[in-house]
Design a protein. Structure first.
Length: 422
């Protein structure tokens, strides 16, 4: 089947992101023999026009749109799906090819985003296998019943999504990326080694995207892929796993194998501040880790407990210090204004963050409320959101008594420190 695969993300917030999710699906569909072209709208001055001309050139039989961001997750609340709607509308105006949605942002709101964007289908969660099943059924005209995680325009029963064994899924080959951009010293190439998170933080949407069970790619397969990327000239990797250090044993094996392969790669990763010790940090540094994002979120144990975090502020501080000892830059996060927060806890968290001497800190006021989370349940009970709000348009939990004061306090703190971003 002729498929036009579009990455609809046009944001460069934080950093430019390469559409690894879409390209992973593209690699799988090509490996199955489909004729797939892709279009990345990041940087396009007129995304709708870019989509229209790609359709005119290729005449696809199906259009796959990857939806990464719904909003900017900041309490100023930019609703990014509006731009994606413009692209979906333009695609619809150009012909009869059905539109299939997928992606991290889409997966959090499978029915609401499908309805808002007016697409034909959506696949929640990982796309490789379910998308191929959908293509096969559409090609043969077979029934779409039973396609895992498939949503349709008319709300109806959805077959449970499947969670693949990652060992069986293809990793985008170096040529896919070479097609995407010139390997250069400034590019950060994303790489995913694991999916799934069992941690269940009160506000987190990861389970809707990746499921709760951790599934990892075999270490030799990761090293082989990274070896081919290094040979193609790529120098920097962004491990986009939610928690690079979990499970600890896997992270340690991976770091040791990477160090042994001696690929000369520099990499960044996201670390959950638990189960991180000297041995692991030393192995990370030896394997090329240059920066870790540490989501400690608060400096107060009672707030961490309310977020269902499984670490204490002291433990996170010890880990941040260990990273510094091994020359790894530390980026930290403070998520203020959630359940239980008071002026006193905010002040303690700011002092705590200061004491960590981070290379960079991101501060936010208010926590984005995602469906099916403990935070959403609490926000409903407290009347912060209405019972029928589908949460597609960003809603935030912010202790009402702190509204206004918190935003000012955070801005003030950031204004005085060049490495703090509010
Ligand atoms: C790593 C990461 C980052 C890194 C990116 C590093 C990099 N170089 O890529 C950093 C920290 C920089 C970052 C920044 C931001 N991020 Co971020 N990020 C993630 C994270 C943890 C992983 C994304 C990823 O790469 N996954 C790996 C790929 C392989 O998976 P995937 O994209 O989901 O693709 C799979 C499926 O979705 C599906 N699929 C994908 N496309 C398609 C298309 C079709 C048709 C089909 C059928 C299937 C399909 O198949 C793929 C393979 O299985 C996710 C959370 C998560 N667990 O997904 C948040 C996430 C995507 N980020 C999010 C946000 C909000 C942001 C920021 C806006 C935050 C900010 N204010 O700074 C910025 C935006 C950056 C930008 N320019 O767009 C949100 C988006 C939801 C929302 N509210 O909009 C997420 C979901 C986190 C969350 N809150 O739950 N992010």
């Amino acid at each position: 089947m002729k498929v036009l695969a579009i990455s609809a993300n046009t944001e460069t917030i934080n950093m430019m992101t390469v559409p690894i999710g879409l390209m992973t699906v593209v690699a799988a569909a090509r490996a199955a023999g489909h004729d797939v072209r892709w279009l990345d709208l990041c940087g396009a001055s007129k995304p709708e026009d870019a989509a229209i001309s790609a359709i005119a050139r290729f005449s696809p039989e199906l259009i796959a749109i990857s939806v990464r961001n719904i909003d900017d997750q900041a309490s100023r609340g930019r609703f990014l799906l509006e731009k994606v709607k413009g692209v979906a509308d333009a695609c619809r105006s150009e012909g009869r090819a059905p539109i299939v949605l997928g992606g991290a942002g889409y997966s959090i709101f499978p029915q609401a985003a499908l309805a808002y964007l007016g697409a034909d289908y959506g696949i929640q969660g990982e796309g490789e296998q379910a998308f191929l099943t959908l293509l096969e059924r559409l090609t043969t005209g077979a029934s779409l019943d039973g396609v895992p995680g498939l949503y349709r325009r008319e709300p109806g029963p959805v077959t449970a999504r499947a969670f693949a064994n990652l060992a069986a899924l293809p990793i985008p080959p170096a040529e896919t990326w070479a097609e995407y951009f010139d390997p250069g010293p400034s590019q950060w190439l994303p790489f995913q080694t694991r999916r799934g998170c069992p941690l269940d933080c009160s506000y987190c949407s990861t389970a809707a995207i990746e499921g709760r069970q951790i599934r990892s790619r075999p270490v030799p397969a990761v090293v082989a892929a990274l070896t081919s990327y290094a040979a193609a000239g790529f120098k920097q990797i962004y491990f986009c796993d939610n928690t690079f250090n979990l499970p600890r044993g896997y992270a340690l094996d991976l770091c040791r194998a990477l160090a042994a392969a001696n690929l000369g790669l520099r990499w960044r990763a996201i670390v959950y501040p638990r189960h991180v010790d000297e041995e692991l940090v030393a192995a990370m540094a030896a394997a090329g880790c240059v920066e870790a994002s540490v989501g400690f979120e608060s400096g107060c144990d009672e707030i961490l407990a309310a977020m269902h975090k499984r670490f204490t502020a002291a433990e996170a501080a010890r880990i941040v210090a260990l990273l510094a000892d091994h020359g790894i830059k530390r980026m930290g996060f403070l998520l203020c204004g959630g359940p239980g927060e008071t002026r006193a806890t905010v002040k303690r968290s700011l002092a705590y963050a200061e004491s960590l001497h981070l290379d960079m800190l991101r501060l936010s006021a208010g926590i984005r409320i995602y469906p099916h989370t403990a935070l959403a349940k609490l926000a409903r009970q407290e009347g912060i959101i209405s019972p029928d709000d589908d949460l597609l348009r960003p809603r935030f939990y912010l202790v009402p008594a702190l509204d206004g004061w918190l935003q000012d306090r955070i801005k003030q703190a950031a204004a005085a420190r060049p490495t703090w971003i509010a």
